[in-house]
Design a protein around this ligand. Structure first.
Ligand SMILES: Cc1cc2nc3c(=O)[nH]c(=O)nc-3n(C[C@H](O)[C@H](O)[C@H](O)COP(=O)(O)O)c2cc1C
Ligand SMILES: C=C(O[C@@H]1CC(C(=O)O)=C[C@@H](OP(=O)(O)O)[C@H]1O)C(=O)O
Length: 393
């Protein structure tokens, strides 16, 4: 079974992930993972923390001489900011200092609900882990999942589809190529996917002490028919993708293909009609069956149907506002303005990279369930056999 856990606080020494269930024989390098880590840090509207960090991964287990060996893979991303927080975040009781407690919860963050749930009088004990800093190491896990998928010509790419009320078209270049370009260029940030109008909106929000959200779109190409299953609720691929995406900090909605728009149209304008053409087989397609539209976003009955998987996730505006919202001091119960932690104004471009990672992780998990084996070679045999069967279907 392919699974992973993450650990680590935003201003602690490091973030760690342990991945289990990766087959042996997969080429994995820190350099490849670092490309996605760098992409996640970019994007217009990020705050001061991103000037401090320059995220790089360390592979601490499970990979030898550039290839996975089948044992658990440990990934670590160190927090450079830790050096400024060593005492405030120390595990040592001698450093306790109740004078620096955070008691003014921010509306929209996990602060108050988390403090009440865990019986903390210092909101820092909550915000350190609820922080989206955690997504750094999740992106590292996603890069490993992408490496597995790439071995089977499956790509996962994302872009900023909406920012505030501004909509963007899907970039013209195949998204996989955009990513390759990103890898080769320091200049490329996800800014390339963000239009000048979007930048202006972020500037405007910043100037007025406000924040801005948006929608990211993720596209999976090359996924075969048959990932996920209709037979049980927790095996449906759309459900699993939605859970992965909803687990990203500040994501508040997920839709596939036409999404919510499907509810507003009659069935004749929603469902993708099915065609068959054997000539496609000669052209190297995996199957003669195809659709001319993809309103379903590549998923029917919780099963991938061979079309591109298209999923969007809505991100709410960042909860920490430089012109703070009203809150109540947990200690005195007096009304106050919420604490202003150093913060991003907009992290939608970063969320696109994080969403790519979680989508890659869920697709990789479903892929390994279907074609699983202990080595890449074994999976390749299983996959080849399935593709041959599909062509004759
Ligand atoms: C990449 C990324 C960066 C974020 N940066 C900030 C930030 O700087 N300040 C902030 O208050 N929230 C930020 N958030 C959002 C909060 O982490 C999130 O709203 C919070 O954990 C509460 O969870 P919820 O919004 O899912 O309910 C960010 C989210 C993402 C995905
Ligand atoms: C550190 C990251 O994002 C952070 C997410 C975050 C939050 O509350 O979610 C708050 C900010 O942290 P800080 O208070 O240290 O400035 C962001 O910078 C990151 O993306 O690597």
């Amino acid at each position: 079974m392919f699974r992973y856990l993450t650990a680590g606080e935003s201003h602690g020494p490091q973030l760690t992930a342990i991945i289990e269930g990766m087959p042996s024989g997969l080429k994995i390098s820190e350099e490849t993972i670092n490309v996605d880590l760098a992409r996640r840090q970019c994007g217009y509207g990020r705050g001061g923390r991103m000037l401090i960090e320059k995220d790089t991964v360390q592979i601490l287990s499970g990979v030898r001489w550039g290839e996975s060996i089948g044992s658990p893979i440990t990934l670590c991303v160190r927090n450079k900011d830790w050096s400024n927080w060593e005492e405030r975040m120390s595990p040592d009781a001698r450093h306790r200092d109740d004078k620096i407690r955070v008691t003014r919860s921010r509306p929209g963050h996990a602060d108050l609900a988390g403090a009440m749930k865990y019986n903390h009088r210092d909101v820092r004990n909550i915000l350190e882990r609820s922080s989206a800093r955690e997504t750094a190491v999740r992106v590292a896990v996603g890069a490993v999942a992408k490496a597995l998928l790439a071995a089977f010509d499956i790509t996962v790419s994302g872009f900023v589809a909406e920012l505030g009320s501004i909509r963007a078209e899907r970039p013209e270049l195949p998204l996989a190529r955009l990513r390759e370009q990103a890898a080769g260029s320091e200049l490329f940030t996800y800014d390339a996917a963000v239009e000048p109008r979007m930048k202006a909106l972020i500037d405007q929000a910043k100037d007025s002490g406000d924040t801005v959200g948006g929608v990211v779109e993720i596209i999976v190409t090359g996924a075969p028919v048959g990932l996920g299953s209709h037979v049980q609720w927790d095996r449906k691929l759309d459900a699993r993708l939605a859970m992965g995406l909803m687990s990203i900090q500040a994501i508040k909605g997920v839709e596939f293909g036409l999404g919510f728009d499907a509810a507003r149209r009659p069935g004749s304008q929603v469902h993708d009609e099915i065609y068959y053409d054997s000539i496609r087989l000669g052209q190297g397609e995996a199957s003669g069956f195809f659709r001319k539209t993809n309103n379903a976003g590549g998923l029917e009955g919780g099963i991938s149907n061979g079309e591109e998987i298209v999923v969007r996730a809505a991100m709410k505006p960042i909860p920490t506002l430089y012109r703070p919202l009203k809150s109540v001091d947990m200690q005195t119960k007096e009304p106050f303005e919420a604490t202003v932690e150093r913060s991003d104004v907009c992290a939608v471009p970063a969320a696109a990279v994080v969403a790519e990672a979680v989508v890659a992780i869920e697709i990789a998990a479903a892929f390994l369930e279907k074609f699983g084996g202990d080595s890449l070679a074994e999976i390749q045999r299983n996959y080849d056999g399935y593709r041959e069967y599909l062509r004759a279907f």
